[in-house]
Design a binder for this molecule. Structure first.
Ligand SMILES: C[S@@+](CC[C@H](N)C(=O)[O-])C[C@H]1O[C@@H](n2cnc3c(N)ncnc32)[C@H](O)[C@@H]1O
Length: 400
């Protein structure tokens, strides 16, 4: 067992070598801070603290929904009192004070005086549509699943990782009348809007867009009329728009595919240069011979069996020696995966019934669809990477 003195020595050593401009050093340092916190508080306090953490999410959602967060951010830099918040939001004094006490204790807002609060960078970020969507998605869509886990684990057949086979019940299906997450979202516009807002916002932190990870400086397009990128299941097109922003005037067409309901309200100038193509990725890929078929946060939503089907559909549309598949997902370590990768994997188990994968698991999937890895483009430590793949029997035409 590590003594407090040893724990502090270890921290002291890490502080001396702290280099926040080195992403790996920063991730290691943050992991050590979490370990130090655990070691110093002890097992009982650790378990008790972690058990209460969902309340932070719940209070954040209540503060968003009632307008407390908007009012605090709106008042910045002036702190705002509970009495003023009561007047602005119409909520009761006691209710506001209790929610704000917890949010202040978590550092979501600053408490500058008795029942007086000021926005800080976390509060400001929480007041954006993406963070609002993410919070709604977690509390309103994921939390209800928790209450169904034990009954389903005790039921005949238990819980299934994937919903592929008849009779399989995933955590999501157990809580939502047997539906998969995407089936549910198709008919629940409120949750779909929150989900899409969340997906479009994941730019901050260690998740980098695929076009920032892959070296695209050699954009060897031969024919500007041909398709350069198909973003398969690309949501509302945030990644393609980011690509267009980074590489203005890049030759070749940009095609955005997703389910029709994702494209609702998606028109106009903002999408200029991006072709919207409603498409079910389990059906034949209509765009043939594109340079890149991108799957960003897509394969992790599905079982191996479904991923194989998606990749096979893609492989048949690819031009040998030219087309590439880009898989933008976590690439899990065989051992010692960080908290984010491990959490995303379990979130995939709970919500779409998918999984995050190791490189060897991705290689196996690709091989079964007649593809092979050309290169692994590592992302920021703790973030998503990109696996680039080509047809196995393609003779090199453009080089890499
Ligand atoms: C986790 S989101 C990722 C979206 C986007 N690629 C990103 O990185 O933000 C998964 C996307 O898959 C889409 N999707 C689900 N089933 C699909 C299907 N059968 N065909 C095409 N898209 C599908 C959803 O609508 C959603 O936009």
């Amino acid at each position: 067992m590590t003594s407090h003195a040893q724990t502090i020595d270890r921290l002291h050593h890490a502080i001396q070598h702290f280099n926040p401009s080195d992403p790996q050093n920063l991730q290691d340092f943050l992991a050590l801070l979490r370990q130090t916190h655990r070691d110093l508080e002890g097992p009982g306090a650790y378990l008790s603290r972690v058990r209460f953490e969902p309340l932070n999410n719940m209070c954040q959602l209540m503060a968003i929904e009632t307008g407390l967060i908007g009012a605090i951010v709106g008042s910045y830099p002036r702190p705002i009192t509970t009495a003023e918040l009561e007047e602005q939001t119409g909520q009761g004094h006691g209710f506001i004070a209790r929610i704000m006490r917890l949010l202040a204790a978590h550092g979501v807002v600053d408490e500058t005086d008795v029942e007086t609060y000021r926005s800080n960078p976390i509060c400001e970020k929480l007041n954006t549509p993406g963070e609002e969507g993410a919070t709604r998605n977690m509390v309103e869509l994921m939390f209800p699943i928790a209450s169904k886990l034990v009954p389903q684990l005790r039921a005949p057949g238990g819980l299934s990782e994937f919903g592929d086979k008849p009779g399989n019940v995933t955590p999501f299906a157990a809580a939502y009348g047997g539906q998969s997450m995407f089936e549910f979202l198709e008919t629940h516009a409120y949750h779909k809007a929150a989900f899409d807002q969340f997906m479009a916002s994941r730019k901050a932190g260690v998740r980098k867009p695929w076009c920032e990870i892959v070296d695209l400086t050699r954009r060897e397009m031969v024919d500007p009329q041909s398709v350069y990128v198909v973003d398969v299941a690309g949501g509302k097109g945030h990644d393609l728009l980011e690509f267009r922003r980074r590489f203005p005037g890049s030759p070749g067409r940009l095609v955005l595919q997703d389910l029709p309901e994702t494209f609702v309200d998606l028109e106009g100038e903002e999408m200029e240069g991006v072709e919207l193509m409603p498409h079910d990725m389990f059906l034949e890929q209509p765009v043939r011979g594109a340079r890149y078929y991108v799957f960003s946060a897509v394969l992790h939503d599905w079982s191996d069996e479904r991923c194989r089907r998606i990749l096979e559909r893609t492989a048949t549309a690819m031009e040998p020696g030219y087309s590439r598949v880009l898989i933008h997902d976590m690439v899990l370590k065989d051992k010692g995966e960080g908290l984010r990768g491990a959490s995303l994997d379990v979130a995939m188990l709970m919500m779409p019934g998918g999984k995050e994968r190791t490189l060897s698991a991705i290689e196996k999937l690709l091989a079964e669809a007649g593809l092979r890895v050309v290169r692994l483009w590592p992302g920021v430590p703790g973030g998503e990477s990109v696996v680039e793949a080509e047809l196995v029997d393609g003779s090199a035409k453009s080089g890499s």
